[in-house]
Write a protein that binds this ligand. Structure first.
Ligand code: ADP
Ligand code: MG
Length: 717
């Protein structure tokens, strides 16, 4: 067994003065203001804050200031940082130092190097957008997301958030469509607001994403080839104690973990990521970190920074951070709740209902648009979170089901019921206060609605929470889908308003037009609203059979819908993704699904063959020796024989299951649709191998078992 370093002392991080360190390592507005000429600062903030076109004449000045700032902080290299369609991030480091003709070297970083980079696009998935020999790709500076410095083992690198496109201008990344979708949402929402009588400059999609993760001892992690290669345990028997005591959630945080969390938070503060919450999660070894919400594009970049930081800092504490959606079978998986709303540049949250939502027509208008969008495009939301890893959560009895529905809570559901019944809502249920039955405790104001953990898409007071997103995923594509489909719904409702109103804009006329428009929409889309238990079988039946909702339980099912005509149309209409760009995403996601399963199956085979079977055979040899002893001594050897029989039976079962798995995997490579073959044949075959291995784990002596067990890994302190 590996040696463990269970101490909090390596790099013990003390909480720091957040105000002093926050954003220290980012080239944000304050730095720009102090370092840039006034006219340049004005131009760049017009792009950052108002979405105005980037004025390339300021590039040299921005580059110079950025470089000076970075070099002062010890940076020797810079990198364009982008989000290729792998869902991860990519970087290519260049030195600031350029040799000159005189044999010396100068630190150089021009506007051109800031604005454009040229990584080899053929090494990233293109999904048929270009052939491998068409290698040219470009990265383009995204001024709306601040550049930052990453410090690592005494080195410092300036990291510049960029978009990534092919030579032909097609988006090869997740950032370009996200930015395009934010623009579409901005255009439609400001248009609707102006009809409603609110004039605003800009509307932003906002996002705050709660990240769940597991921590295990790094030494155990390294002794598990499956965790190393596939990110999850492919075999492993359930521990005698799992999460049944419900005692880990919000439990007190162990010392080493606390030190780790402090270190992560300190780094994130310095990088300008506004982390806010930390706590234990439901499963043993599981934790959560959540930032304050931000503009969705910045939030998506920060989400990636957060995942990188969680993993990087873990090593310092002898830990490994598992971001996989389902690292341990039978134990809760990890998700990423994507909280989403729309805010104006005047600071208005468009999904803020106030105390009396029934009379808040602006809120009802935008909330109805979300309901309409989610009902119309359930398939797109499901496809946006479809990965092999997330399939272990969705539909299994823990995470939200694969059926997309909306939880609205008591108060809002009641308002919508009034609207559906009579075309008008006249009151909002109030929940008053909660007395706790003793005068010494304060009286608590009760929320207008309870929570519902089983819903994949829930209204939580002044935002929607998309809970089905996977923990290791980039939030960009789910956000892109949300922004786009809501833009379409707002467009639809706004056009209907305009038709009804003609030139009229009196308060009264607008109010009654809004009432009519949302009544029609809600009557049509109310089927998506569900406040009950999303895990129950009754719901699965009702959702599909009575309400006609989709239940796309697997990734291949979900991805098959991605390029349906309606979906191509919505992305195209709002200039978010062209048909070929959407097609390429489908292809890449399917390919990644098949690749993931191939790696998992191959690793399962190798674990079974090279670790589990040999351990079982060694055990059999020992049993054989014991049997000889019994015989030599003329004692009853029946117990030994029975034990041998059990082990041999399991060994035979394992060999058989392995044979089936190898065949299934080979056949899948030749199948017409490899992902479907993986889903239908390889996954069940892997499950059989796992069952046989897990049965052996419970027989083979602990000292012969070659892998750290669930019990070892899950109770890391
Ligand atoms: P919960 O509702 O899950 O208990 P919080 O209300 O604290 O927790 O919020 C969870 C996440 O939602 C946080 O990241 C928070 O910043 C984010 N959030 C809050 N308001 C908004 C908003 N208007 N838009 C997007 N995200 C938001
Ligand atoms: Mg939440």
């Amino acid at each position: 067994m590996p040696t463990l370093t269970r101490s909090a002392s390596n790099g013990h991080a003390m909480p720091q003065d957040v105000e002093e360190i926050f954003g220290q390592n980012t080239f944000g507005l304050a730095e720009m203001k102090s370092r840039l000429p006034k006219s340049v600062y004005k131009k760049i903030t017009a792009t950052i804050e108002k979405g105005e076109p980037f004025d390339e004449t300021v590039a040299d000045a921005v580059a110079l200031a950025m470089k000076e700032w970075a070099v002062e902080r010890g940076a020797t290299h810079y990198t364009h940082w982008f989000q290729p369609l792998t869902g991860r991030t990519a970087e290519k480091h260049d030195s600031f130092i350029t040799p000159n003709a005189g044999g010396g070297a100068v630190a150089e970083f021009s506007g051109k190097s800031l604005v454009q980079g040229e990584p080899d696009a053929s090494s990233f998935p293109g999904g048929g957008l270009r052939a491998t020999f068409e290698a040219r790709g470009y990265t383009a500076y995204d001024p709306t997301s601040p550049a930052f410095i990453v410090e690592h083992n005494g080195t410092a690198t300036l990291v510049i958030p960029t978009a990534f496109a092919s030579w032909t201008g097609e988006a090869l990344d997740h950032k370009i469509p996200l930015l395009r979708s934010m623009e579409a949402l901005n255009v439609q929402a400001t248009r609707a607001l102006s009809i409603l009588g609110d004039s605003v400059g800009r509307v932003y999609a906002t996002c705050g994403s709660e990240q769940e993760y597991f921590l295990v001892d790094e030494a155990y992690f390294e002794d598990r080839p499956d965790l190393l290669v596939a990110g999850r345990t492919l075999i492993g028997a359930a521990p005698p104690r799992g999460q049944e005591f419900d005692d880990h959630y919000f439990g007190s945080i162990p010392e080493r973990i606390m030190a780790y969390m402090n270190a992560v938070e300190t780094e994130l503060y310095r990088l300008g990521v506004p982390v806010m919450t930390r706590h234990n999660e439901v499963a043993p070894g599981q934790y959560e970190i959540a930032p304050l919400f931000e503009n969705a594009n910045v939030a998506a970049d920060h989400q990636q920074v957060m995942m990188m930081t969680l993993q990087r800092v873990a090593k310092r504490y002898g830990l490994a951070c598992l971001l996989h959606e389902k690292p341990f079978a039978g134990i809760n998986g990890s998700g990423k709740h994507v909280n989403w709303s729309m805010s104006t540049d005047t600071g208005l949250n468009l999904l803020e209902p106030g105390d009396t939502p029934h009379s808040n027509l602006r809120f009802l208008f935008f909330c109805t648009a979300v309901v309409q969008a989610v009902h119309t495009h359930q398939d797109l939301l499901r496809a946006a979170i479809a990965t092999a890893a997330n399939d272990h959560r969705l539909g299994a009895n823990e995470a939200p089901p694969a059926i997309i529905s909306i939880f609205l809570g008591d108060q809002l559901s009641d308002v919508y019921e009034q609207i559906t019944a009579s075309g008008k809502a006249t009151e909002s249920k109030q929940s008053g206060f909660l007395g706790l039955g003793t005068p010494v405790l304060p009286t608590l104001p009760r929320h207008a609605g309870d929570r519902n953990r089983t819903s994949p898409f829930a209204f939580t007071g002044n935002k929607f929470e998309f809970r089905a997103v996977g923990s290791s995923q980039s939030v960009s594509f789910p956000l892109t889908v949300l922004n786009t489909i809501v833009a379409e719904a707002i467009d639809d409702l706004a056009s209907k308003l305009e038709d009804k109103l003609g030139k009229k804009r009196s308060k009264k006329a607008v109010e009654s037009a809004v009432e009519e428009v949302i009544t029609d929409s809600i009557r049509e889309h109310t089927k998506i609203i569900f406040n009950g238990d999303g895990y129950s079988e009754a719901w699965h039946k009702e959702a599909v059979e009575e309400r006609g909702l989709l239940n796309l339980t697997t990734t291949p099912d979900a991805l098959a819908t991605l390029t349906d005509e309606k979906n191509i149309a919505v992305f195209d209409a709002y200039d978010v993704l062209t048909a070929p760009e959407l097609e390429s995403r489908k292809e890449i996601l399917s390919e990644q699904y098949a690749l993931t399963l191939n790696v998992e199956a191959a690793t399962t085979e190798s674990l079974a063959k090279t670790m589990v079977l040999p351990a079982a055979l060694r055990y059999l040899a020992e049993i054989g020796e014991a049997a000889e002893v019994a015989e030599d001594l003329g004692l009853d050897g029946s117990g030994t024989k029975e034990t041998a029989e059990v082990v041999i039976t399991q060994v035979n079962a394992l060999r058989k299951a392995l044979g089936t798995l190898v065949k299934a995997r080979t056949a899948a490579h030749k199948a017409k649709d490899e992902s479907v073959a993986m889903k239908d044949k390889v996954i069940p075959a892997m499950t059989k191998v796992r069952e046989a291995c897990d049965a052996l784990e419970q027989e083979v002596p602990a000292d012969l078992w070659p892998l750290p067990t669930y019990r070892d890994m899950l109770f890391t302190g």
